[in-house]
Design a binder for this molecule. Structure first.
Ligand code: KG4
Ligand code: ZN
Length: 340
C-alpha cells in the first residue's frame, strides 16, 4: 500500500491506497474552525495544526485500515504548491517516516492530485485512466484546464485573475454569507431565477484569442449590483437574494463552459475520450449537471469526482504518486510553495 500525506493548506489528511487504486482509508482533519475567526487561512496557525495532527492521524489511518507498517511500501507527499510552512510539516514528516522505514518517497504536485481524483471510487479499485482526457481543475485557488495523457500533463489555460471558487467566496462574503461561499451561493440560488432581468450580468461570449479564464469582471459586476439593489443575507427581499445568487452563479458557469468550448474546438489530434472535473467547485450541482449534458452532446465521457475526493485529501495524492511512479530517495524531496 501507499501512504498518502497532504498538508498544503488547511486540511491535514492521511490515506492508505492499495496498488489498484482502492482507497482503504482517507482521513481528513479540517482546521476551518481555527481559521474562521480571521476570515481566511492564517499560515502560522495552519503549520502548527498540521504539526499537532499529522502523526496521530497516521496512527489512526493504520488502525482504521487494519494495516501494519510492513504493508506500506512507499509514501506519497504533497511537496507543493501551497503554504510553505504547512508543506514543510508534511514533507519533513514523510521524509522521517520513509527514511526510518527504509522505503521510497514520492513527491506529488497538489494539482496533479486533483487532476487524477475523478477516477477514484468510493469503493473498490480506481477506474482505468483514458488514453487522453481533459481535466478542469476548479477550486478556491485554481481555475485551469489540462490535457492529460497518462503521466504527461499539459496546462492549456489558466485564470488571468481570480479563481472561480475565490469569486464565489468573495461575492458571498460581500452579501454576508459565511465562508466558504460557494455552497452557500448554490443553496440560495435554488429558490431563484437565473433569467431574472433584474440582474443584468453581461454573460459575454469570451471567444477571443486567449483561452484563459477571467473572473474579476463578473466579481466587480456582482459587487456593483449587490450594492445597487441592497442584496444582503439579512435583507427583506428573499426573492431578490435568490435571483441574484442564481444569476451570479449562472454567469460564472457560462464563462466556464464558454472557455471549455473554445479549448475543445481548438484541440489538435484525436479528441480526448473524457472530460474530468476536480477541485472544491466540482461539488457544485449546476456545474455537474451541465457538464453531463455537455458530454452527452459530444459523446464524451464525463468523470465527476465523488464529493469526498473533490476537496483536499491524501487519497488523491497517493493516487497521483501511483501515476507518476517517481518513488525515490526521501532525502531528495523538497517543499516548494510555488511550482511552475
Ligand atoms: O479544492 P478546495 O477545497 O480548496 C482549494 O481551493 O484548494 O476548494 C474550495 C473552494 C471554495 O472556494 C468553495 O467556495 C468552493 O470550493 N466550493 C463550491 C462548492 N463547494 C465548495 N463552489 C461552488 N459550489 C459548491 N457547491
Ligand atoms: Zn486543492
Amino acid at each position: 500500500m501507499i501512504l498518502g500525506i497532504e498538508t498544503s493548506c488547511d486540511e491535514t489528511s492521511v490515506a492508505l491506497l492499495e496498488r489498484d487504486g482502492t482507497v482503504r482509508v482517507n482521513l481528513i482533519n479540517s482546521q476551518i474552525d481555527r481559521h474562521q475567526p480571521f476570515g481566511g487561512v492564517v499560515p502560522e496557525i495552519a503549520s502548527r495544526e498540521h504539526l499537532q495532527h499529522l502523526f496521530p492521524l497516521v496512527g489512526r489511518a493504520l488502525d482504521d485500515g487494519k494495516a501494519r507498517w510492513e504493508d506500506v511500501d512507499s509514501i506519497a507527499v504533497t511537496s507543493g504548491p501551497g503554504l510553505i510552512g504547512a508543506l514543510l510539516v508534511g514533507v519533513a514528516g514523510a521524509q522521517g517516516l520513509a527514511y526510518g522505514l527504509g522505503i521510497p518517497l514520492m513527491s506529488v504536485n497538489h494539482l496533479e492530485g486533483h487532476i487524477y481524483s475523478p477516477f477514484l471510487q468510493r469503493e473498490g479499485a480506481a477506474l482505468p485512466l483514458p488514453q487522453r482526457f481533459l481535466s478542469l481543475v476548479i477550486s478556491g485557488g485554481h481555475s485551469a484546464i489540462y490535457d492529460v495523457r497518462g503521466s504527461d500533463i499539459r496546462q492549456i489555460n489558466r485564470t488571468r485573475d481570480d479563481a472561480i471558487g475565490e469569486t464565489f467566496d468573495k461575492v458571498a462574503k460581500f452579501i454576508g454569507l459565511p465562508y466558504p461561499g460557494g455552497p452557500e451561493i448554490e443553496k440560495q440560488s435554488r429558490a431563484g431565477n437565473a433569467d431574472s432581468k433584474r440582474f443584468p450580468f453581461v454573460v459575454a461570449q469570451f471567444r477571443d484569442e486567449s483561452l484563459d479564464f477571467s473572473y474579476s469582471g463578473i466579481k466587480a459586476a456582482a459587487i456593483r449590483l449587490a450594492r445597487e439593489y441592497s442584496i444582503r443575507i439579512d435583507g427583506d427581499d428573499k426573492k431578490a437574494l435568490a435571483d441574484f445568487c442564481a444569476t451570479f452563479q449562472d454567469a460564472l458557469v457560462a464563462q466556464l463552459f464558454d472557455r471549455l468550448d473554445s479549448v475543445w474546438d481548438r484541440l489538435e489530434g484525436t479528441k480526448p475520450e473524457a472530460v474530468a472535473v476536480a477541485g472544491g467547485v466540482a461539488a457544485n450541482g449546476v456545474i455537474r449537471e451541465q457538464l453531463q449534458a455537455w458530454g452527452a452532446e459530444r459523446n464524451v465521457t464525463v468523470r465527476l469526482p465523488e464529493k469526498r475526493f473533490c476537496t483536499d485529501n491524501a487519497a488523491m495524492i497517493a493516487f497521483a504518486g501511483l501515476q507518476k511512479g517517481n518513488a525515490g530517495d526521501p532525502r531528495r524531496v523538497e517543499a516548494r510553495s510555488r511550482i511552475a
